[in-house]
Write a protein that binds this ligand. Structure first.
Ligand code: NI
Length: 172
């Protein structure tokens, strides 16, 4: 199984709105397996297909490092059916390297999706799991966590990336 390339901000791929998956086929199962491997190699605790350049509504999450009771999750066509409470906490993203910022999200969500076998599942999550689900579904809609922070903070981050990109141009 190959480790896939993770696209990074400001790549336009990250703005794509992903298409629903018509059928959880072997191809989708392979994508899920590759996404898990890519996420673990990074390492990260969540990954959306958008981040590996695949415009399909597939996300994977594994927060077992801090929540061993929650198994790794692969969710196809995830849709939030319930949301409650608000909590603002620091967040990062494999597509937004070397940057963290406080993001306010719902503290409790329920999501309907298909699992790796194509069965309908409902997942309920609070705190980190709720945050991860919302962050990854955002990716499927072309939204990054830096789109959910203040305009001032976002501009500061964008300026830093521009500077870094310029520097790379001359670092041969
Ligand atoms: Ni992310």
């Amino acid at each position: 199984m190959p480790v896939l390339k993770i696209y990074k901000y400001p790549d336009a791929v990250l703005k794509n709105k992903a298409e629903p998956v018509a059928e959880v086929s072997d191809e989708i199962r392979q994508l899920i397996d590759d996404m898990f491997e890519t996420m673990y190699a990074a390492p990260g605790i969540g990954l959306a297909a958008t981040q590996v350049g695949v415009s399909k509504r597939v996300i994977v999450i594994d927060i077992s490092h801090s929540h061993p009771e929650i198994p790794p999750l692969a969710l196809v066509n995830p849709v939030i059916t319930f949301k409650d409470g608000e909590i603002c906490e620091e967040e990062g993203c494999l597509s937004v390297p070397d940057y963290q910022a406080d993001v306010c999200r719902f503290n409790h969500v329920k999501v309907k999706a298909l699992d790796r076998d194509g069965n309908e599942v409902e997942v309920e999550g609070e705190e980190l799991l709720a945050r991860a689900i919302q962050h990854e579904i955002d990716h499927l809609d072309g939204v990054l966590f830096i789109d959910r922070i203040s305009a001032l903070k976002r501009e500061m981050y964008k300026r830093r990336v521009k500077k870094l990109m310029k520097r790379e141009e001359v670092n041969l």
